[in-house]
Ligand binder design. Structure first.
Ligand code: MG
Ligand code: MG
Ligand code: ZN
Length: 371
């Protein structure tokens, strides 16, 4: 009897130890002050791999210690669009394709920017699309359809975003008197610039900045966008770092997806390399800061992109693949159902290893930022 009691209490202690170590490994004690979520729109594993073959030297993607895979399906379809994909990341809810910040029943759901603003953190958005496009919009707007970009721009004015940079002037009614949304933003203490990125902050002692630098999407890399994404991201970091409570920043490499839709390999690769350069600058910041978690992922894969071997003609007819030459190719003009990579660096990064739903990325972020 005594022996049985002893073994029972031994079992209880083991169970307690198991529970404690499980809790410890699932939510680390060390939590980040700042969280940066970087989204390569349409960036599947082949797109990410292209940076290893077409870049100058080792890509910054290789600097991440933790890797996971995200399952991207929407509630409505096996293959997600950008709206449902970003809404899953932003709200933790699977929803239908086209939904921005609303659940499958079209009900508004709290976005990560709303969540962090309520905790007193600053929030920022940088994209190479219009700032009202599906991916960035899903972090601050609530509309039934992604096409409602005029309404989405109005939601940006009402939102808790402190810094934004991207395109989308045409949705802000610039010069239309009382309807001019940029004037409404100025009334909310924003410095708005539609010409260029300011290099020096603070400007007029402001702490909110909005950059709308193209009518709709920003130019492509192949059309001389230059280092906009990297510089805008660094500017965002400088601006948002002023908040001692921390910040949440979303950075989107929007046009990797557009290159995929166009089945244009050099478009995809140049946009991926630009995103990787930005990842490098963000990682340098996080390394220096020591209190910043960086997560890099995608909303879905675009183009069914693959790095296949080039087919070479052989003597006497026929052909065979040359394993030393890559022929980047596509299988669709749309999105695919492939799982997408998740890379993580900084306090809490270890929570991002494994295979999980895109909504789990939201849950992990929330768990890492709650007391
Ligand atoms: Mg997308
Ligand atoms: Mg996008
Ligand atoms: Zn797309």
């Amino acid at each position: 009897m005594k022996y049985r009691l002893a073994s029972l209490s031994f079992a209880a202690v083991m169970l307690w130890l198991a529970v404690v170590s499980f809790t410890n490994s699932s939510v680390p004690e060390e939590k980040p002050r700042n969280i940066i979520l970087m989204i390569g729109d349409g960036m599947g594993l082949s797109q990410l791999s292209s940076a290893f073959y077409y870049g100058n030297g080792e890509p910054n993607f290789a600097r991440f210690p933790i890797v996971g895979l995200s399952r991207t399906s929407a509630s409505s379809d096996k293959i997600t669009d950008s709206a449902a994909g970003a809404t899953a990341l932003s709200t933790g809810k699977k929803t239908y394709n086209g939904a921005i910040g609303v659940d499958a029943k079209k009900k508004s759901v709290e976005t990560l920017i709303e969540y962090f603003a309520a905790k007193g953190l600053s929030n920022g958005l940088v994209a190479t699309s219009s700032i009202t496009h599906a991916t960035p919009a899903s972090f601050y707007a609530h509309v039934k359809k992604r096409k409602m970009q005029d309404e989405i721009a109005e939601h940006l004015v009402q939102s808790n975003v402190d810094f934004f940079a991207g395109g989308g002037q045409k949705f802000f009614k610039i010069g239309e008197g009382d309807n001019d949304l940029t004037e409404m933003l100025r009334a909310k203490d924003f410095v708005i610039n539609t010409q260029k990125l300011d290099v020096e902050l603070p400007y007029n002692n402001a702490n909110k900045y909005g950059y709308l630098l193209a009518k709709d999407g920003m130019p492509t890399m192949e059309n001389d966008r230059g280092d906009f994404l990297k510089r805008a991201s660094l500017l965002a970091l400088e601006c948002l770092s002023k908040n001692e409570k921390g910040f949440f920043l979303v950075i989107e490499g929007s046009q990797i997806d557009w290159g995929g839709h166009a089945n244009n390999a050099s478009y995809v690769i140049s946009e991926t390399l630009d995103f990787d350069q930005t990842v490098g600058a963000v990682l340098d910041f996080a390394k220096e800061d020591g209190n910043t978690l960086v997560i890099v992922t995608a909303d879905h894969e675009t183009g069914g992109f693959t790095l296949k071997a080039k087919l070479k003609k052989v003597p006497f007819g026929g052909s065979k693949p040359d394993y030393d030459e890559i022929d980047p190719s596509f299988s669709t003009g749309g999105h695919s159902a492939a799982l997408v990579p998740v890379l993580a660096y900084g306090p809490g990064a270890e929570m991002f290893s494994g295979i999980y739903q895109n909504t789990a990325i939201h849950q992990k972020i929330v768990r890492l930022s709650s007391p």
